[in-house]
Design a protein around this ligand. Structure first.
Ligand SMILES: Cc1cc2nc3c(=O)[nH]c(=O)nc-3n(C[C@H](O)[C@H](O)[C@H](O)COP(=O)(O)O)c2cc1C
Length: 418
């Protein structure tokens, strides 16, 4: 097991601008938007639609972006002379910056071997990496690649008195995972029109169009050759020994269902002695509930706009949730984060850290193995220059800036009670 005494030391200042490889890639891909454009041409169409498509007509995704873009921060000048620091402490560990990799299922569909590239990039830059339960890589393998930064996400596996879910938590603890994340915001299955239109179905059966797309993407094909078909590594041990990928997928569908209830969160709280995070909170009353159950952190999230349109953007409910939590838990945010400036906006409005999903996959789609590292470097570089440009020396100073947040959500007292 990994030596945890080393983990309490502050991360050395990480400066992407000192890295010649970053500077070279930066000339071709100076923002995440360039990576997205390139990824669209570089991976098979089904892969891009899987990563990029949201619920309905992508209205939730657009709202997440616009809501972040709409936050205005007023700089103060005449103070900063040195490059600001953006390293943080979260749950007793030090990280280079308040940005992490959100949990994702099936990232290997976007680029075969994705999980290990995401994990390695996060470990190298020392930012949190959340392995998704339905990713391809096992938690044991993730702990080898990203021992200092590994978090693990669970969906509800309720059959047999949560035997599988609890066993997964036990396995995570055994390999030194520090933070367990319970996702609450998938109470029902939904479909994404862009996935349906390219033939992504379950069970997953590649059709001729998909095979043609793979053959036309040599980088993707090479990675598929090296890593093989995406698997559900974490759940395979619970399926029949002889199960193939589709049988395991079937098993996953049968095992997983609904989202955790508060009683179930409480049961995990009892068993998991390390930091516990609940992901997918949008209402201050639900944040309160998490705090009352002893949860250590929450992720304010609308699942990146992938589950349903018509939800508020997390950045717009963040201030009300930060106020409700009142410092009793760590508050994080995801959904729509595409730049270091977005992370700075979230921190200025009270978040302790932000996570991104699609941005890392656009990086993978555009650059393959090098993509996730480039996205992390871009975000840290942008964050440092945004903090400095705003006249802050460190992240905490952002909280005292004057901020215009026109669309901040106002909750009516009493409405949150069920
Ligand atoms: C391809 C893909 C798969 C995802 N799978 C999961 C998952 O298995 N579990 C989960 O909690 N969230 C999942 N999410 C949601 C992310 O954790 C995160 O909330 C979201 O991507 C943040 O929004 P962003 O993509 O705009 O950064 C997934 C997101 C994407 C893009």
């Amino acid at each position: 097991m990994h030596d945890t005494t080393a983990l309490a030391r502050p991360a050395a200042a990480y400066t992407p601008a000192d890295n010649p490889r970053f500077l070279k890639l930066h000339r071709r891909f100076p923002t995440v938007a360039y990576l997205r454009r390139h990824a669209r041409r570089h991976v098979p169409r089904f892969a891009f639609e899987y990563l990029d498509g949201g619920a309905g007509a992508d209205g939730g995704i657009a709202r997440n972006w616009h809501a972040l873009d709409a936050i205005e921060l007023v700089p103060r000048y005449g103070v900063t002379t040195t490059l600001p620091r953006v390293d943080i402490e979260l749950f007793g560990r030090y990280y280079s910056a308040p940005i992490g990799v959100a949990p994702m299922g099936g990232p290997s569909l976007v680029w075969p071997g994705a999980d290990q590239y995401l994990a390695a990039a996060a470990q190298r830059a020392r930012v949190p990496y959340t392995l998704g339960l339905v990713a391809g890589m096992t938690v044991e393998r993730a702990a080898e690649i990203a021992p200092d930064v590994l978090w693990f996400q669970l969906y509800r596996c309720s059959r047999n008195e949560h035997a599988i879910g609890f066993d997964l938590a036990r396995r995570a603890e055994a390999v030194g995972v520090q933070v367990l994340v319970l996702t609450l915001d998938v109470p029902v299955r939904t479909t994404r029109p862009r996935e349906v239109a390219v033939g992504i179905t379950s069970p997953f059966r590649p059709d001729l169009r998909m095979l043609a797309g793979i053959l036309a993407s040599p980088g993707y094909l090479g990675s598929l050759w090296r890593h093989g078909q995406p698997r559900f590594g974490n759940l395979k041990p619970y399926a029949a020994d002889t199960a193939d990928v589709n049988e395991v997928a079937d098993f996953v569908r049968r095992e997983m269902g609904g989202a955790f209830t508060w009683d179930e969160v409480a049961r995990y709280r009892e068993r998991w002695k390390r930091p516990l995070v609940v992901k997918g909170i949008l209402h201050p009353a639900d944040a309160e509930k998490c705090v009352s159950l002893g949860v250590d952190g929450i992720v304010v999230s609308n699942h990146g706009g992938r589950q349903i349109e018509g939800l508020p953007a997390p950045i717009d409910v963040l201030p009300a949730i930060v106020a409700a939590v009142g410092g009793r838990a760590t508050v994080m945010l995801d959904s729509g984060v595409r730049s270091g400036l977005d992370v700075v906006r979230a921190v200025a409005l009270g978040a302790d850290a932000a996570f991104a999903g699609k941005a890392f996959l656009w990086g993978l789609g555009a650059l393959g193995p090098e993509g996730p590292a480039h996205v992390i470097d871009l975000m840290i570089d942008e964050m440092k220059s945004a903090v400095g440009q705003l006249g802050a020396l460190r992240l905490n100073d952002l909280r005292s800036l004057d901020i215009r947040h026109k669309n901040a959500f106002r909750f009516e007292p009493g409405k949150g009670s069920k």
